[in-house]
Design a protein around this ligand. Structure first.
Ligand code: ADP
Length: 766
């Protein structure tokens, strides 16, 4: 033991003496200079990369993609785009969010996958009101949704209707379905047969009550509905695409027509996936033509097999989609203008909508709902043990949703960058071919690790203890490069953005090299991209996915423009509304705006007195606020106080009925619009240039769809303009308004306390 201690050399534990370091002044200088150079090169690279990304790469912000993240990321990789999972200081080309537009207030450029106000526009109340207003004008075109009442406002009308049917002893007794206005996934839905069974929500939430469609088309005795995906590429001009396939969601209990006994059977009457997946009889078959979730194409095939015309069904669905979007369009335009003023030219929106459609037993499609944020999740729950669920990939969902997202991205990416995408892919293909060939021939591939290595700064390790001067410096550059390259290869399965950044950090390269590296990293992304490439040289089309047929079909204006041009009348009303909106960015018209509308359109010449206009305003505003107090409460910000577009449209219809009588409502409204437009044009010259000019779509001009043109101006200047003060001076009494409202039994009108001014004056300030 003692021998050991004696022989042990304690020198090896000693720290090297500081004067052992041979880091001379000269070396320190060299080292600092080198560090500066590296830093400068990095800075240069970063600047080049920013410019390169801005010019060439198609960038996607997925920081708020939430549950859409998986499928969006897959598509980004497949298309070779650049993802920013944590957002970006500059705007990206595409912002793919799972939240509403209003939750992203800072956007100023790029394409955003949500239109402003869409959650409200697609809420059941607003959607069916818009459709009802179109049905008033075009009854035979808008017969594709069940009759709807708005609760609690229309409880009385609903009760009367049910009583009438009961008195007539209609057989079978109709059933009604109650749905919360802003509900989803079947929450809060129940069936009733008697109005007394309707339970108003304790927290004042509104409902729609709809005729329950009991005679529906069944497959294998099960009820199902169709989820049709629609891409709204733009609203100015209107551009609609439909996904050629979609999902069919089946209920999990065999269907029976409703009776008192089975009214509560939600697994029989509701087809929501979120609800039925909890059923013990939910069939998770992975085949697209079996199970509780299938593809629409498989359903249409079944319909064809039963001797019916599935293609005709699909064409009717396409028409329903166009008509519904046309009904929603005026409100969408108003929201768009309020949220995205004309100055924000770099920003535009697109959106994927989910249309829920059910087939009647005669195969007539009926619209149940439009979903503003359809689920794009490609996973499904699977119960692995009692009470334990696991998320597994759902092949049917992936089959539909992946092409949908990919082709939607391709539809909206900046076209000028697509050219670069194509070139890069061609280079990528060449690179791969070379690599394959060199592997086969055993030669060193041209681009393998060499660019990285050549660009590296030498790394030296100085061993100060080494007595032999020539061995004191060890160059580890080569080993390091190989290590990095290994790491680089290992991380190739990770997302492209991360791997590209890693590669960038490893090598201080110049622009062409960087491009090459990014290609190399992308070359590992996904095999399908290369399969695609192999065909690209043959077919030099615009899109990198051009080899594959897109899953999206352009339906408007491509196919249905001529057919539905006549339905786009309400856009002219929306223009009038926008013209009279007082405050920039507001969504509602105030009393002054409404009076201005009447004055500018010279409605007084048609016998509409100022008092009548004020009364109409108060009446409509109350009616529409009462219709949905949730959205119009007085606590809301100023831009949501006043008369909404739907209220304005109802006022126009009322004015048209009173003063522009014609055999049909449509003609009356057309007469009113023409009269208003002509009068506004006459006054257009007097307007200050900052005010918006009224735009309109010329009637029946299919070629100029979506293109608005300013009104024709008539040069009649000799008419004396009556001012609003002139009108206000005319006697109008508070009592007039009160008497009118009492006469109409509008119970919710609360007379104001006695004021010095007449009541209508209290509305003067917007
Ligand atoms: P949610 O937004 O909560 O999913 P939906 O309007 O989509 O509400 O309705 C849920 C389900 O109820 C539909 O998938 C459909 O099966 C059924 N349903 C809804 N409305 C009707 C109706 N009028 N007639 C028959 N079934 C309906």
């Amino acid at each position: 033991m003692s021998m050991h201690t004696k022989n042990f050399n304690m020198d090896s534990f000693k720290k090297p003496e500081p004067n052992n370091f041979k880091l001379t002044e000269f070396r320190r200088d060299l080292h600092n200079r080198h560090k500066r150079e590296v830093h400068m090169r990095k800075e240069r690279l970063r600047a080049v990369e920013t410019r390169f990304l801005a010019k060439q790469m198609i960038t996607v912000d997925t920081s708020r993609a939430r549950s859409n993240c998986d499928v969006v990321r897959m598509c980004i990789k497949e298309l070779g785009l650049k993802e920013f999972p944590f957002g970006r200081k500059e705007h990206c080309d595409i912002h793919w969010h799972a939240v509403s537009y209003e939750e992203n207030p800072d956007l100023y450029g790029g394409k955003v996958n949500k239109f402003p106000g869409m959650t409200d526009i697609c809420s059941k109340m607003m959607l069916f009101r818009s459709l009802d207003q179109m049905r008033e004008l075009f009854p035979s075109d808008y017969d594709f949704y069940p009759r709807t009442w708005y609760m609690p406002t229309q409880f009385h009308e609903f009760s009367c209707e049910v009583r009438k049917l009961t008195e007539k002893r209609v057989k079978p007794r109709p059933t009604y379905i109650v749905k919360p206005d802003s509900g989803a996934q079947g929450d809060g839905i129940y069936l009733i047969r008697d109005p007394v069974d309707y339970t108003p929500s304790p927290n004042g939430k509104c409902h729609v009550v709809q005729e329950y469609l009991s005679h529906v088309y069944l497959i294998d005795r099960y009820k199902f509905d169709l989820r049709v995906y629609v891409v709204l590429k733009s609203i100015e001009p209107l551009d609609i695409h439909i996904c050629k396939d979609g999902l069919a969601r089946f209920s999990t209990l065999p269907y029976e027509t409703p009776t008192y006994k089975n009214l509560h059977e939600s697994f029989m009457h509701l087809t929501n996936y979120s609800l039925n997946k909890r059923s013990t009889t939910f069939n998770r078959s992975e085949r697209s033509d079996e199970g509780s979730k299938r593809t629409i194409s498989s359903v249409l095939r079944k319909i064809n097999l039963n001797g019916k015309d599935g293609d005709q069904v699909w064409k009717t669905i396409e028409r329903i989609v166009c008509k519904t979007v046309i009904a929603m369009l005026p409100t969408m335009r108003i929201e768009y203008q309020a949220n995205i003023p004309s100055g924000k030219t770099k920003l535009s929106c697109f959106q994927i909508l989910g249309f829920d459609i059910i087939l009647m037993d005669d195969l007539k499609p009926m619209l149940l709902e439009v979903n503003s944020g359809p689920s794009l999740s490609i996973e499904c729950e699977q119960e692995v043990a009692p009470g334990i669920v696991e998320y597994v990939a759902s092949p049917t969902d992936e089959e539909i949703k992946r092409p949908l997202v990919r082709d939607t991205m391709m539809l909206v990416v900046p076209k000028e960058k697509l050219k670069y995408c194509r070139r890069r892919k061609r280079r990528l293909k060449r690179l791969q071919q070379e690599q394959r060939e060199s592997c086969r021939s055993g030669k060193r591939p041209r681009f393998k690790s060499e660019p990285l290595q050549r660009q590296r700064t030498h790394i030296l390790i100085i061993n100060a203890d080494e007595p032999d001067e020539s061995k004191r410096e060890i160059d580890v550059t080569k080993q390091m490069s190989e290590m990095h390259l290994d790491h680089y290869k290992d991380s190739r399965d990770q997302e492209s953005a991360t791997s590209r950044d890693a590669a960038k950090d490893l090598s201080e390269v110049d622009m062409p090299k960087m491009e090459l590296d990014s290609e190399m990293s992308e070359s590992h992304d996904d095999d399908t991209i290369h399969e695609e490439d192999s065909h690209e040289d043959d077919h030099d089309h615009d899109s990198p996915t051009s080899r594959r047929e897109s899953c999206l079909k352009h339906i408007y204006p491509a196919i249905y423009d001529d057919e539905f041009e006549r339905l786009r009348l309400l856009e002219r009303v929306a223009e009038l509304f926008r013209f009279c909106l007082g405050v920039r960015g507001s969504l509602r018209i105030g009393p002054t705006g409404f009076r201005t509308f009447a004055r500018k359109c010279r409605l007084n010449r048609r016998g509409m007195t100022n008092a009548a206009i004020d009364i109409m305003y108060i009446d409509m505003q109350r009616k529409f606020d009462h219709m949905n107090p949730e959205r119009t409460s007085e606590n809301k910000p100023k831009k949501t106080v006043g008369l909404c577009f739907q209220g304005f449209l109802s006022s126009c219809l009322e004015i048209a009925r009173r003063k522009f009588y014609a055999p049909t409502k449509l003609e009356m409204l057309e007469n009113l619009l023409e009269y208003c437009e002509v009068n506004i044009c006459q006054r257009d010259d007097d307007m200050p240039p900052t005010l918006p000019r009224l735009q309109y779509r010329p009637k029946q001009s299919s070629s100029s769809y979506g293109q608005s043109s300013t009104f024709r101006r008539k040069m009649t200047r000799d008419i004396r303009e009556e001012t609003i003060e002139d009108l206000l001076d005319k006697t109008q009494k508070n009592s007039e308004i009160e008497a009118f409202l009492r006469q109409g039994r509008r119970m919710n009108y609360v007379p104001k306390p006695v004021l010095d001014q007449p009541t209508f004056m209290s509305f003067n300030s917007e």
